[in-house]
Design a protein. Structure first.
Length: 154
């Protein structure tokens, strides 16, 4: 006979998780951008145009198609792991947020991503609460408090 504790444990273990990528890989970096992109609950045309105009894919070491495929798989991962819930301010839980931020360990890449994500969040002239949560998490996880002020002056 299976106990309710066993069933709960099995359901937790069977829940799909978000895939991981090697530290500092183009895919890991692109997911931080993707997280900022989906954080306001809407991927707008202005945001996609901004990605293309600034050749963000090239800045991250990806082709345009690879970046767009990664955006799709990231959203699939969020949906399959029951994390993409627009009722919450952030589309991911704190652990996933920390895991994603933890994949970026290179200081220069952290600064580049923070600057890109700040610009991306400001594309529609409004920084949404979800976008703010992602930006603050990046600053806190990466220890870039000083960089937030520098980004707004450049």
């Amino acid at each position: 006979m299976t106990s309710s504790t066993d069933l709960a444990t099995n359901s937790i273990q069977e829940r799909p998780t978000i895939r991981s990528y090697p530290a500092n890989s183009p895919q890991s970096a692109a997911r931080i951008v993707a997280l900022t992109l989906v954080a306001d609950g809407d991927i707008g045309d202005a945001e996609i145009q901004w990605l293309d105009r600034l050749l963000v894919h090239e800045q991250l070491g990806l082709t345009r198609q690879e970046l767009h495929a990664l955006l799709d798989t990231f959203c699939e991962d969020l949906l399959s792991s029951n994390q993409l819930k627009w009722a919450d301010a952030s589309p991911v839980n704190e652990r996933t947020l920390a895991d994603l931020m933890g994949e970026i360990q290179d200081p220069a890449l952290r600064v580049k991503l923070l600057r890109l994500c700040v610009e991306l969040a400001e594309v529609d002239a409004h920084v949404d609460e979800g976008e703010s949560i992602v930006l603050v998490a990046a600053v806190e996880h990466w220890g870039l408090h000083y960089e937030m002020f520098r980004s707004s002056r450049n």
